[in-house]
Design a binder for this molecule. Structure first.
Ligand SMILES: Cc1cc2nc3c(=O)[nH]c(=O)nc-3n(C[C@H](O)[C@H](O)[C@H](O)COP(=O)(O)O)c2cc1C
Length: 290
């Protein structure tokens, strides 16, 4: 039986949703699928034993999150002359071309380890920071991803290459924006918990960096924040203030099942053109099946 390994990180569930759709599709094609959550640390199996290998993450400041790059460091170098193809899957709140540079650092790390990028796919999923998309928009994004993923899986299985286009000076821009990796840690220490806190401990339990603790009855946020938003997004009392970015906080899961055609979209003007292009491009693919 053919097999596929997908190593993924997902702060607030969007990337996980997409990866699970990949998994379902590959399974439907007779593959055995192993999903490795980067939260659980390094992958201790042998990657080269899998027929297909993919890595998935949410775009953070036009880059892969810091823990995804740390994870890449734990991947063993392949023996000389052995090359292993891999695919990249990423999700982001906007369909901006600038997001395509997010995998550049990851790719150069994997290239040094003997891996070769053949396919890369981006899916627009609702923002978990900056502003809240409407559930209508979340539904539309998810519906689009669900319809496009089978086409993307087919390309991977058929050995048909597919790469995203980069913007000029992408490597330099990605390097600049990686300041977020340090900025996140700096800002993470400034998180605060308000009186609304229910003391449910969900944030402590779910933080992928184990960065939240209670000491002497007070919440303590350490120096390892990944800015993934899992704590504040999922807080049932919306009690976590996310430091300098509190105005951009998004709290509460999206209802991906909600759809009302008559409902107005908020933020209609924000990146309107690029969202339209994203949906048009994908609609064309869905209609032609290519
Ligand atoms: C710290 C941070 C930085 C982000 N930067 C970008 C970005 O540069 N471009 C973008 O389109 N979306 C950005 N996003 C939005 C996420 O990529 C998007 O909501 C993603 O689908 C979240 O996936 P997840 O639920 O798997 O974590 C950012 C989110 C966070 C938390």
């Amino acid at each position: 039986m053919k097999s596929v390994l997908i190593c993924f990180f997902s702060g607030t569930g969007n990337t996980k949703k997409v990866v699970e759709q990949f998994s379902k599709t590959f399974q439907g094609q007779g593959f055995e699928v192993v999903l490795h959550n980067i939260d659980d640390g390094p992958f201790d199996g042998e990657i080269s034993k899998f027929d297909l290998f993919g890595i998935a993450y949410p775009v953070h400041a036009f880059n892969a999150p810091a823990n995804v790059l740390e994870f890449a460091k734990t991947i063993k170098k392949l023996p000389k002359k052995q090359k292993k193809a891999y695919f990249v899957v990423n999700t982001s709140g906007e369909p901006l071309k600038l997001n395509n540079i997010s995998s550049l650092k990851l790719n150069s790390m994997l290239r040094k380890r003997g891996f070769k990028l053949t396919n890369e796919y981006h899916y627009c999923m609702p923002y978990n920071i900056i502003f809240r998309h409407t559930d209508n928009m979340a539904h539309k994004m998810w519906e689009t991803a669900q319809k496009v993923i089978p086409l993307d899986c087919k390309q991977i299985v058929d050995g048909e290459k597919s790469r995203l286009g980069y913007v000029p000076c992408g490597r330099f821009l990605a390097w600049i924006f990686r300041v977020e990796h340090w900025g996140g840690k700096f800002n993470g220490r400034r998180y605060k918990v308000s009186d609304k806190c229910l003391k449910c401990g969900l944030c402590i339990k779910k933080c992928p960096a184990h960065n939240i603790a209670i000491e002497n009855g007070e919440f303590k946020f350490g120096k390892d924040c990944l800015m993934c938003m899992r704590c504040s997004f999922n807080c049932p009392a919306n009690a976590i203030k996310i430091g300098l970015f509190d105005k951009w906080k998004v709290n509460g899961a999206y209802d991906f099942d909600h759809f009302d055609e008559k409902e107005e979209q908020t933020h209609q003007k924000y990146c309107k053109k690029s969202y339209e292009k994203y949906f048009e491009r994908n609609q064309k693919r869905i209609e032609t099946g290519e």
